[in-house]
Design a protein around this ligand. Sequence first.
Ligand code: ATP
Ligand code: MG
Length: 420
Amino acid sequence: MKIKALKGFKDILPGEVELWQILENTARTVFEQYNFHEIRVPVLEETALFQRAIGDTTDIVEKEMYTFVDKKQTLRPEGTASVLRSVIENGLLVQKPVQRLFTIGPMFRHERPQKGRLRQFHQLDIEVLGSKSPLLDTELISLAAMLFSELGIHVSLELNSLGCPKCRPAYREALLAFINERKDKLCSDCQRRSETNPLRVLDCKVPADRELMADAPSIQEWLCEECGDHFNAVQQGLERLGIPFRLNKFMVRGLDYYCRTTFEFITSDLGAQAAVAAGGRYDGLAELLGGPAGTPGIGFAMGMERIILLMQQSEKDFQESVEPLDIYIAGLGDKGQKEASRLAWELRQDGFSVGLDYEGRSLKAQMKLANRENASFVFIIGDEELATGKGVLRNMRDRDAEQMELELKAEAFYFLDDLL
Ligand code: ATP
Ligand code: MG
């Protein structure tokens, strides 16, 4: 029997991977413009890390984690907890009191696979530790907005505040009172949530529940003075930068660690999988994980699969940014192939990308291959070229261009640098 990839685990094949590389390169450029530094953390961590950071009553911890039960280890379902663990363990905040970090890589969640939802998926993850300024919240949101605009993707921004341990409990009570008045009409999940994590009832996707909760009290009206000021400052900051947003009192995010600002970038172009990026403040989390007391933090994650789907739908032509092969050398016959492989070695050392073939194919077949590899130039080495020590360089992009005779050595190709 053939062995196939696991359900929800997907290969990213040549032809498709170029789009991933464009996404990664664009993201790295933007992260650099925003003065972020890369951190790479393991994909496997102690289960307790995610239980403590994400929260026991969240969807992720309750039902989505890949856990080795015997070893008490879990494949990371998200990046924040691991990045914080690493920052604390390595004392990075002692070296630099504000850490601006990004990480890119796979995450694992055992959920029902569908379009834009996988079991191994990828995130671009941004985390900042050590600053509580609302200007930072605005800056992070602007970073995401800039990346989306670079990628030619249209998304809209939703904003909420979850308050803090000072003001949230009173809101929770008010919300609970509202929920309890209609509890028997809510779905069974929400009835359970109302006891464990009532804010998550606001997040329910069941249409009937959404209707029942439409007039629920808004946390935005229960914020304490500090949280209210912070929330206003973030909104004013976004207005200053001209970044449009919509307030959404229902957006509570599924993770326990958030406080104050939460935000999501959503799209209407992907059916049910609407969120492309999501994040928020987590001021208490570093301390909860054993870090210095009072260390504020904020971060967000972008789902790369969903961004790729949007890039495929975007009007922007990404094919243009795919690097073609510089030169394809068609070696004919045994000696021709050997000379081709020697010239390729020289040209590659000079920085050119070079393709060739060892299967002794005909010139016609090799020209076809060169075309398929999207080579900019082709250089043929057959008996005549071997005899004269010269060959003709064909310009594949501009067929009318003058054909040039070149010696079979790398120096002869130097001028190509300007043409490529
Ligand atoms: P959703 O509501 O779609 O389940 P989430 O709230 O669980 O998303 P987060 O944990 O905030 O998502 O992760 C941030 C981003 O990662 C999401 O906005 C989404 O783009 C992406 N993402 C999350 N889960 C998956 C998945 N299983 N497959 C692909 N992308 C995902
Ligand atoms: Mg989810």
